[in-house]
Design a protein around this ligand. Structure first.
Ligand SMILES: *Cc1c(COP(=O)(O)O)cnc(C)c1O
Length: 391
């Protein structure tokens, strides 16, 4: 399939890359989508060929046609040297950390980090003799003050998926380079569509593909994309830990990815409109949406991001009950995760686990994910929920 610059139309745009990336109809009897190859054993033509691993795929765990397609597409999207697919977003975070850390190393992690990543640092990494220091997500270049002689890696997550602080990634990357530390980013919120982590100098970009890339709340998956410096370490850790994505889930993820640009654009647009609508409500104190000035790091969002996704937070004025509000809605499901086609809300309480920067937004905080429902229906539902808690 010809699909690069060969026909003289210049580098392909992102939406086109998502549609064409990794596809090779010649290898699937002409069919558009490649079926999942459910397989463990790969047969070799002879014992000699087996010994020399003379075949395109060695074993089902480590390679199959759809896995190859997925990695090609994802690496193009991220502008990465290469990428690997894993069985969850959580596995993507832990395998990426294990790829670069060894006993005796020091790691820096933002206080706003996704909670299971924090649990991994405080649990298994600590047991392995790796020390974590949490830092204020707004620290920027001030991160230098936390460096130790053994600081090996800096983890970032921007914006934080519960509290939405946008980090000054260029400042952190510049500081990390002075000590040759690896930089990692959980880029689940923006995805490479709205924030090209590797172009900003991040070594390892992590995505919970469970969210927007799959898009239908029906698969758990994670992706790690890496630059040339980090890729051999990422591939080795992935192989040694064996946290691969199953063929069926690889298929499902690829299916979702083809429409990610369209979904993200619609959900981002609707979320921004609802964020402004909420901001104008008398019951709302603040809206923690990176594109709105209430959000810490809004200036970095404006400088570095090319768009916003469909997840944000809002804070009710004192006296309003967030649990009653959530329960009063009809179209918003109550549940973890996000990035699917359906709208969701959860109460946010970050006070219990943060250790460096208290999260005290001034009222009860709600995280909201905007799905693909009609926006007027969503606004009407929110309006009736506000009316319900006023009485
Ligand atoms: C959901 C999420 C993960 C983990 O993804 P799972 O597939 O649910 O394990 C990691 N980081 C962030 C920011 C997330 O929102």
């Amino acid at each position: 399939m010809t699909r690069t610059t060969e026909k003289g139309h210049g580098p392909l745009k992102l939406a086109t890359r998502l549609i064409t990336g990794g596809r090779n109809p010649d290898e699937s009897f002409g069919f558009v989508s490649i079926p999942p190859y459910r397989g463990s054993t790969v047969l070799y033509p002879s014992a000699k060929a087996c010994l020399a691993r003379e075949s395109r795929y060695a074993y089902g765990l480590t390679g199959n046609p759809s896995m190859e397609q997925l990695n090609t597409l994802w690496s193009e999207l991220e502008g990465a040297e290469g990428s690997v697919a894993l069985c969850s977003g959580a596995a993507a975070c832990t395998v990426a950390l294990l790829a670069v850390l060894s006993a005796g190393d020091h790691l820096l992690v933002p206080d706003s980090v996704y909670r299971p990543t924090r649990n991994f640092c405080n649990g298994m990494l600590r047991r392995m003799g790796i020390e974590t220091t949490y830092y204020d997500p707004m620290i920027g270049g001030g991160i230098r003050t936390l460096f130790k002689p053994n600081t090996r890696a800096i983890f970032t997550e921007s914006p934080g998926s519960h509290t939405f602080e946008v980090q000054d990634i260029p400042a952190i990357v510049a500081a990390a380079r002075e000590i040759n530390a690896f930089t990692l980013m959980d880029n689940t919120w923006a995805t490479a569509i709205y924030f090209k982590a590797l172009d900003f100098g991040i070594d390892i970009s992590i995505n919970a593909a469970t969210k927007y890339p799959s898009g239908h709340s029906d698969v758990l998956a994670g992706m790690i994309a890496a630059n040339a410096r980090a890729l051999p370490l990422v591939k080795a850790a992935h192989y040694e830990l064996g946290q691969y994505l199953s063929p069926d889930d690889t298929y499902t993820l690829l299916r979702g990815l083809r429409s990610m640009d369209l979904r993200l654009r619609e959900q981002g647009k609707a979320a921004l409109e609802i964020a402004h609508w909420l901001k104008a409500r008398p019951e709302v104190l603040k809206v923690l949406h990176p594109a709105l000035p209430d959000c810490p790091g809004h200036e970095f969002f404006k400088r570095d991001f090319t768009g916003s996704s469909g997840l944000f937070g809002f804070v009710l004025k004192p006296g309003y009950d967030s649990l009653a509000f959530i329960d009063a809605t009809d179209l918003f499901g109550v549940g973890f995760s996000w990035g699917g086609f359906e709208s969701l809300m959860i109460p946010v309480d970050a006070t219990s686990y943060r250790t460096v920067t208290p999260f005290a937004p001034g009222g009860a905080c709600i995280r909201i994910q905007i799905g693909l429902e009609n926006i007027e229906d969503l606004k009407a539902d929110l309006a009736q929920a506000f009316a319900a808690i006023a009485t």
